[in-house]
Design a protein around this ligand. Structure first.
Ligand SMILES: [Zn+2]
Ligand SMILES: [Zn+2]
Length: 346
C-alpha cells in the first residue's frame, strides 16, 4: 500500500510502498478514506526538538482519519460491536487501561499513551489497524467530518470541561482549526456570547463563519478591555486558550471574570511568567489543562452535537489534497493561510 513515511531522522516525509498492516486478534483493519493534517504533522515534517525526541523512524505519519472497516480480528468480531463495511473514525491515543489515570476515569492522560502517527504507524496510508476498542462508528456522519473528529474532540473537551457554557460568555484565544471548532462548540452548547481573537484576519473570518459573535485582532484591538466592555465590566466566564503564546496567557488571566475559568489547549514552546497571586489565586480562577479527548465522554458529546446538526465544522475546512501532495498541504499550513486541511486518500 501507499503510505506517507518519516523515513529517517530529519525534515520531510516520503510516499512509500509498504506492507498492509496485519490485523491482530482484537484489532480492526481500516481502509482510510480521508485524513486530517495537523500542526503536529508540521512539527514532524520539520523535525523540531519535540519530534526528534519522540519519533523513532521509520514511522507512518497521521493521526486524524476516517475510513471503512475491511477486516476484524476474531476477538473484535466476537464482541459484535463492529462489522465489515462500517464507516468509522478512531480515538488515536492508545492507552494502557491499567495505570492510575486509566483506572480512575482519566485515560486521556494515561502514563503509557501511544499516539498513532507518532509512536506507532499512523493514518496517512491506504490502511491502518486500530484496537477495536478505539474505533468509533460514524453512523451517518460523513467521513470527511469523521476525519477531523480528533481535533474537533480537542475543542469539545476544551469548551465543555467545567460544564457551565449555557448562557455564558466565552473567549477563544487563537483561531487555528481547533480554535475555530471551539467557537462552533461554544455556540452549539448555548454560550450567549462567543468572542474569538487572532492576529490572522483569514482565521478570524473562519471563526466568524463558525459563529463567533465578535472577532478581535490583538494587533489593533485591546482584547481584555473589549471583553470587559461586552460583559458589563465583569470579564468572560470561560477562556479557551488555544494559542499557546505567552501573551495569550496574560490575556486569558486578565479577560476571565472573578471566579471564572481558563481551559488551556495551546502548548507553549517555553515556560512563561505568571503572577499567580494577582491573576489566579485572588481572582479565584479555575485552570484546566486539556490533553486529547476524554474517553469517551468527549466523543459522545461530539457525536450528539454533530448528529443533531448543532455543530457543523465544515466552514473550517479550507483545503483538500491527495496523499502525494503532502508538501503542498504542509506549505499552506505553514503560511497561515489555511483552516483545516484534509488529505483525500481513497
Ligand atoms: Zn491533530
Ligand atoms: Zn494508562
Amino acid at each position: 500500500m501507499r503510505a506517507l513515511v518519516k523515513v529517517s531522522a530529519g525534515p520531510g516525509m516520503e510516499v512509500r510502498e509498504v506492507p498492509i498492516p496485519s490485523c491482530g486478534p482484537s484489532d480492526a483493519l481500516i481502509k482510510v478514506h480521508y485524513a486530517g493534517v495537523c500542526g503536529t504533522d508540521l512539527h514532524i515534517w520539520e523535525w523540531d526538538a519535540w519530534a526528534a525526541g519522540r519519533l523513532k523512524p521509520p514511522v507512518t505519519i497521521g493521526h486524524e482519519f476516517a475510513g471503512e472497516i475491511v477486516e476484524l480480528g476474531p476477538e473484535a468480531k466476537a464482541e459484535g460491536l463492529l462489522a465489515i463495511g462500517d464507516l468509522v473514525t478512531a480515538e488515536g491515543h492508545i492507552v494502557c487501561g491499567h495505570c492510575l489515570p486509566c483506572r480512575t476515569g482519566d485515560a486521556h492522560v494515561c502514563r503509557r499513551t501511544r499516539i498513532i502517527g507518532v509512536d506507532r504507524d499512523g493514518a496517512f496510508a491506504e490502511y491502518i489497524t486500530m484496537p477495536a476498542s478505539n474505533v468509533m462508528k460514524l453512523d451517518g456522519i460523513p467521513p470527511e467530518i469523521g476525519a477531523i473528529m480528533d481535533p474537533m474532540g480537542n475543542a469539545v473537551h476544551t469548551v465543555l470541561e467545567g460544564g457551565n457554557v449555557p448562557g455564558s460568555a466565552v473567549l477563544v484565544l487563537g483561531c487555528g482549526p481547533i480554535g475555530c471548532f471551539a467557537v462552533g462548540v461554544a455556540r452549539a452548547a448555548g454560550a450567549s456570547l462567543v468572542i474569538a481573537s487572532d492576529y490572522n484576519p483569514m482565521r478570524l473570518e473562519l471563526a466568524r463563519k463558525m459563529g463567533a459573535h465578535v472577532t478581535l485582532n490583538p494587533g489593533s484591538d485591546d482584547v481584555v478591555a473589549k471583553c470587559r466592555e461586552l460583559t458589563g465590566g465583569e470579564g468572560v466566564d470561560l477562556v479557551c486558550e488555544m494559542s499557546g503564546h505567552p501573551a495569550g496567557h496574560q490575556t486569558a488571566f486578565s479577560a476571565a471574570r472573578l471566579g471564572g475559568r481558563v481551559n488551556f489547549l495551546g502548548t507553549p514552546a517555553k515556560t512563561t511568567d505568571v503572577n499567580f497571586a494577582r491573576d489566579v489565586i485572588f481572582k479565584g480562577l479555575t485552570l484546566y489543562g486539556v490533553t486529547g479527548r476524554r474517553m469517551y465522554d468527549t466523543w459522545q458529546q461530539m457525536f450528539r452535537l454533530l448528529r443533531a446538526g448543532q455543530l457543523d465544522p465544515r466552514p473550517t475546512v479550507t483545503h483538500r489534497f491527495p496523499l502525494e501532495r503532502i508538501a503542498d498541504a504542509i506549505q499552506v499550513i505553514k503560511e497561515g493561510q489555511a483552516g483545516k486541511v484534509i488529505l483525500e486518500i481513497a
